[in-house]
Design a protein around this ligand. Sequence first.
Ligand code: MOS
Length: 711
Amino acid sequence: MNQVIGTSVSRKDGRAKVTGSATYAAEHIIPGLLHGYLITSTIAKGKIQAIDSRKAQKITGVKAIFTSQNSPKIFKPANDYVSSKIYEARLPLSDDIIYYAGQIIGLVIADTFELAREAAHLIEIEYLRETPLVDDQRANYQEAILGSWLSMVGQEIKFQTGQWDLANAEITDTKLQATYRTSTQLNAPMEPHAIIAQWHNEESVTVYEPTQWVTGFQRTYAQLFGLATEKVHIISPYLGGGFGSKAFPWPHSILCIAVARQLGQPLKVVVSRRQMTANTGHRSQTEQMIRLVANKEGMLQSVEHEAKSCTSVVDVFTELCTAVTSAMYATPNLSLNQQLATLNIGTPGFMRAPGENPGLWALESAMDELAWALQIDPVVLRLKNETKKHQRKGLPFSAKHFADCLDVGAKRFGWSNRAAQPRSQRQGDKLIGWGMAGSTYPGSRGKSSAKVRLLADGTAHVLTSGNDMGTGSYTVLAVIAAEALGISVEQVRVEMGDSLLPDGWRAGGSQMTASLTPAVQLACQEVLKVAGVTTANEAFTALRQSGQAAFEATASSAPGAKAKEWAFQSWGAHFCEVCVDEELGRVRISRWLAVMDIGQVINAKTAASQVRGSVIMGIGQALMEESCLDPNNGYPVVYDLATYHYPAHADIPRIEVIFVGEPDLNFNPLGARGLGEIGITGVAPAIANAIYHATGKRFRNLPITPAEFMT
Ligand code: MOS
């Protein structure tokens, strides 16, 4: 029966995107549209003393200027992950205190974007300056709290098993302790954050905005503006990436909707690249201590992992580096803890595999160091210490094939031919090194609904509020419907990203495919029942004969009882080759192999593309991406896509992606776990491990830039 699922299908939305006919939020043409430009703070800490907007007001076409002195009415939301969530927790313009550089302190409204921007720069602000704290090395770290994270991850941060004391270690045990750092990273999606809000007599509002969670934003805006949920209409069919930064609303959006209501005119706010560095999230820098003790056979006796990250003064976001550690390797003694400090910076947030990504940077680097210390092959060390259960959850893993990822990867890469010693492979004047690392990300899903309609013209129509953040969801849903209905992918039309459609859950935490595909499959089965037939072709014939327009059915799917008996996790292994020019400190990636176990693959083409995108993002993290703050004013010294370095085509080799494993049928009826995030985990340590093999030099701070190389 598996005819379409697992094959390679090109993107349904590909043509619309490359021809420009896909309309992104800021591109909607609305009559009478006004433009808002954000005024942002040029200091990182203090208070606004006076705002002089006389020059700005004289500009023809400027309609209004909003600051904390005339801030529009906004209600407080519940601000939890279940009913609503905003970043930052403080409502925009709610006081005249400055908490970080780039903070939104006003909004200028004008007839055109250019006029609004010009006026914004003419506004003179007098500050009472205080000395900001922007240096993470001087921050005051305290026991980390999850904040409202708790309701989402359902766990405490601190975790301990066994009663380990280093004094108990055998003389023959190998101990490894090291500290690893990651830098502040920006999500930097191609499509900047943007919103258009259009009110209808103050009674309801239409919002065009790129969001990873259509119905989540709908509920949150309903709370913020005192509306019934149904009175908020979110339209978000296309996103130019988000990587977590579009999972929850940020202040510019809240302000745009509030001001549009007050003005009684539709309003657009586009956030500039520079404004995005402070106002739409980032991945916090981390500092992580790992201590591993292993006996001479290479069995882990104890694993300790302590992490530090930073948040803003106005909200709590903990980069959960240690959450992944209890899933990764078996040990009788495990100790995990985190600390958090506040800085005068914008609020950090979710970025592709938050927690798992920096967490595995530290752990998978440390495992490599341990392997060298023990003189055990790093693949073998991982195989020896594989855990059958999730140690924190106390549940066995369902359909886990980590060992296959390692075995298949090692064979395919030719790992057994690896030179036994560092600095022993050369190509001309370059050093060559091979490295590998494990990869993992949890499998999660939420309650998701979809509608399927069979039409007399012989097509099927799938409708859901769930949307495609660029991952391939349009195509994946078409594949599921084609399979379930026995028709071609071309016969399926998919409509996504509109809050009027059945609640399709969110594109976050790698959950969209895992949540939505069972709902679509079920709706297909239901619609055939409604039609009283067993095949879609019979239904099409019946429609043509009766003159009826369509048969339709809506179905939902949610995690079942098995979710309490099993731990769900996707697995993978990355293998790479680096080519190092020691004189220039230049590292080039010359080969990449990713082997992934994600359960059932729905569309081989978009699945491999997700992993490739992740690997590219991981290469950027390892070698380039870094957002440093100016110690004087707290501003990121990078401010656009030219100053924020990430990979270009010439930096990336061919990336081979292989899928192994089996459908995880305890997880959902299709056995498909998500894969939006797993691909980036383990990429950076695989590169650092390869650089060690090439050069004999161990790098523990990301990114590994030429400058870092010279020190
Ligand atoms: Mo993801 S960081 O949950 O978009």
